[in-house]
Ligand binder design. Structure first.
Ligand code: NAP
Length: 293
């Protein structure tokens, strides 16, 4: 029987631990606070921002969202970030991506002070991760590492094949897992669109992480028996049989892969809940560090 790596259950476990840390901070007069900025009215982005706010509420953290119109200029957005940067009550600042085309994402992300960059996207934090220093690790890679360790599949000594090299998932995950540290120290291979024969690599993997944004692309014939598969993909596909007319599938063909794998994370209910929980964890860390003197 394949083991289903339940991201919801693991994230509940982490949230219970976080509650204790939040209580300790509260006794020191600190309540961790996350402020999100949402530019425009994209429904998916609005829903992600709401989910982040709700997650804060449930943990007894503070949160607020600053909604800005689509027409907001880059300098107006920078001014807003500057204000939050100087607000001692705000520990984490998150600008919801994607931004409207007239705003340069890199300039905006670089304006968030590294000590409030709970997404881990600032170049200083990226550099710290590459150097193996303590930092805010981007939430999805951090969540994947926790999932592997807590489900009994510690990456140490394993061959991990990551499919995708984005700045948000694949690249930081590769760095995180190859460091000579606990819960890491893996041999990492990264595949991308320039990889000639992806199956050649995935069939050699002890652990596969699929993060390419291509529905059900990793199939049973691309995995070796007994491997562990983490599906990061979240792809909306039309399905007239569903009430909403669509549903979400991962980058892994669950039916064929689950017949061969020893363990697999589902979509939904796998990496998704972990990502939000790691955002909470980073915000609590930022709050603790901000008052550590
Ligand atoms: P992205 O920025 O589009 O990057 C995709 C990566 O996959 C790129 O490196 C690309 O290669 C590679 N790729 C695409 N098609 C490929 C193919 N056919 N063969 C080999 N490599 C291929 O995507 P992302 O932001 O990393 O997100 C990936 C997926 O994860 C998406 O479905 C996204 O929705 C999901 N996601 C989920 C969460 C969550 O919390 N559940 C969080 C983040 C992302 P090149 O570099 O060569 O273009």
């Amino acid at each position: 029987m394949v083991q289903i790596i339940d991201g919801k259950a693991i994230s509940d476990e982490i949230k219970a631990e976080l509650k204790n840390e939040i209580e300790e901070l509260r006794q020191r007069g600190i309540t961790p606070k996350l402020t999100t900025i949402l530019v425009g009215d994209d429904p998916a982005s609005a829903s992600y921002v709401r989910m982040k706010g709700k997650a804060c509420d449930r943990l007894g953290m503070l949160s607020d969202n600053i909604p800005l119109p689509e027409s907001t200029s880059q300098s107006e957005l920078l001014a807003q970030i500057e204000k939050l940067a100087h607000d001692p009550a705000v520990h984490g600042i998150l600008v919801q991506l994607p931004l409207p085309k007239h705003i340069n994402e890199t300039i905006i992300l670089n304006a968030i002070p590294p000590e409030k960059d709970v997404d881990g996207f600032h170049p200083i934090n990226k550099g710290r991760l590459a150097a193996g220093e303590d930092t805010f690790v981007p939430c999805t890679p951090a969540g994947i590492q926790e999932m592997l360790v807590r489900s009994g599949h510690n990456p140490e000594g394993k061959h991990i094949v990551i499919v995708g090299r984005s700045q948000i998932v694949g690249m930081p995950l590769a760095q995180l897992l190859m460091h000579k540290k606990k819960g890491a120290n893996a041999t990492v291979t990264v595949c991308h669109t320039g990889t000639r024969d992806m199956g050649f690599f995935t069939r050699q993997a002890d652990i596969i992480v699929a993060a390419m944004g291509r529905p059900e692309t990793i199939t049973g014939e691309m995995v070796r028996p007994g491997c562990v598969v983490i599906d990061v993909g979240s792809n909306r596909i039309d399905d007239p049989e569903c009430e909403k007319g669509y549903r979400f599938v991962g980058d892994v063909h669950f039916e064929s892969v689950s017949k061969k794998a020893a363990a697999i994370s589902p979509v939904p209910g796998g990496v998704g809940p972990m990502t939000i929980t790691m955002l909470m964890k980073n915000t609590v860390k930022a709050a603790g560090a901000s008052h550590s003197g």
